[in-house]
Design a protein around this ligand. Structure first.
Ligand code: HEC
Ligand code: HEC
Ligand code: HEC
Ligand code: HEC
Ligand code: HEC
Ligand code: HEC
Length: 235
């Protein structure tokens, strides 16, 4: 069970097409983007796969306003500031090294947001950011809506929290909060792809989680690592 460095948790390298086009692969950081937007917005409304490289993003998609280009279009703003544009047909005229801000694998790319500075005011433990607390305390309030892309819809009520047995005597049971998860994930990130809408419907073990399935589809990749046993086994 590896313990990633806090700034590396959720760092995704996207490199299906860049190299052949003579550019370094793209590096995407969850810690920056999840502070601004919900998981649901990107993984449901914008259709990003929950697997590194799984979406198969092309430069042409970005230029047409899909994927990264839904925000990185040189027009949309965040907090009053214009978001820099994604790909273009040529690197010529990409003043200020815009391409290398994303196509940055193995490069000393200029960065506007540095992990240590950005997360200085956020709560954490053992060097990991406690996003749950950060959200509760209003230090981050990720947006769940993107004008022109998302559809306004009524929020579904989250079912009550439930607990799961650990099927062994030496680990406490697990408490799962629907309400806390829905803040980030809505309902559709988990249902029906990761979990059936039925208590006891999924049969899985700790090994499956460590393998990146069920709870492990997020925990250990973007959400807190599996090594934090007590955060789940808290009953
Ligand atoms: C701004 C958009 C955005 C937000 C917000 C976002 N993601 Fe992602 N996520 C991505 C992209 C892009 C990828 C990589 C997809 C690809 O390479 O095709 C990704 C990949 C992933 C992966 C796969 C990682 C791997 O190593 O294979 C997981 C798991 C994931 N996201 C979970 C989450 C969770 C949980 C949240 C909320 C806490 C979240 N994402 C928020 C865009 C986002
Ligand atoms: C939902 C909107 C959204 C999506 C989708 C999105 N981003 Fe961003 N991204 C932002 C915003 C907002 C910023 C902050 C821009 C600023 O302040 O200049 C940002 C900043 C960045 C930065 C700058 C980091 C730095 O320190 O300078 C990189 C790199 C980046 N995004 C890469 C990507 C990549 C790659 C994708 C697609 C795989 C992507 N983003 C998809 C909204 C988004
Ligand atoms: C906001 C992030 C972002 C920026 C900025 C960006 N790109 Fe991309 N670009 C991507 C992503 C993501 C991919 C898919 C990477 C992969 O799979 O290798 C990509 C892929 C490409 C490809 C691969 C060929 C193809 O058919 O998809 C080319 C060429 C490309 N970009 C050109 C550029 C150029 C030129 C610039 C600067 C003007 C640029 N990009 C800036 C995100 C970005
Ligand atoms: C982080 C993942 C996740 C998210 C997000 C999520 N669920 Fe669930 N849901 C689960 C799990 C895990 C189960 C239990 C599945 C099992 O035992 O096999 C479940 C079970 C259920 C059940 C059946 C059990 C019960 O308590 O009635 C319903 C109904 C349900 N979810 C509705 C929702 C709704 C509505 C939302 C959005 C507000 C939502 N879920 C968001 C993971 C999630
Ligand atoms: C779709 C992604 C996803 C899945 C699947 C998922 N989680 Fe989470 N979970 C998150 C995110 C995001 C947070 C916020 C904290 C963070 O990112 O570290 C979180 C927070 C938590 C917390 C702390 C909040 C609290 O309730 O006090 C617990 C405990 C937890 N998850 C347990 C589970 C368990 C158990 C499962 C499987 C039944 C599960 N999670 C499945 C994304 C997910
Ligand atoms: C993200 C939440 C989460 C974390 C973190 C977590 N577990 Fe679990 N664990 C679960 C869930 C959910 C189950 C119950 C699976 C089921 O339905 O039987 C489980 C079951 C178990 C079981 C019962 C046997 C089995 O394989 O299912 C053991 C033992 C266990 N966990 C040990 C650990 C240890 C040790 C750690 C820390 C290194 C840990 N867990 C971290 C969620 C978690």
């Amino acid at each position: 069970m590896d313990m990633p460095a806090p700034d590396e948790l959720g760092r995704v390298v996207i490199g299906n097409y860049s190299k052949a086009a003579g550019l370094p692969p793209v590096v995407f950081d969850h810690w920056l983007h999840r502070a601004m937007y919900t998981c649901r917005l990107c993984h449901v409304d914008l259709g990003f796969a929950m697997q590194a490289g799984g979406t198969g993003i092309r430069a042409a998609d970005n230029m047409r306003g899909f994927y990264c280009g839904a925000c990185h279009d040189g027009k949309r703003t965040y907090g009053g500031k214009t978001i820099f544009a994604a790909c273009s047909d040529s690197a010529a005229g990409a003043g200020g090294g815009r391409c290398v801000r994303c196509h940055s694998r193995g490069r000393q790319a200029p960065r506007e947001y540095r992990f240590n500075e950005f997360t200085k005011k956020l709560p954490g433990e053992n060097g990991m950011i406690d996003w749950e607390k950060a959200e509760e305390e209003g230090l981050v309030s990720p947006s769940d809506y993107l004008e022109g892309v998302s559809i306004k819809r009524p929020k579904l009520r989250a079912p009550k929290d439930f607990s799961l047995e650990a099927r062994c005597r030496w680990m406490p049971g697990i408490i799962f909060s629907h309400k806390k998860h829905a803040v980030w994930n809505g309902c559709e990130v988990c249902h029906p792809d990761i979990f059936p809408v039925k208590l006891g419907g999924a049969k899985f073990s700790m090994l499956d989680i460590v393998d990146g399935e069920y709870c492990g589809a997020c925990h250990g990749k973007v959400a807190f690592p599996v090594a934090f046993c007590n955060k789940c086994h808290s009953k």
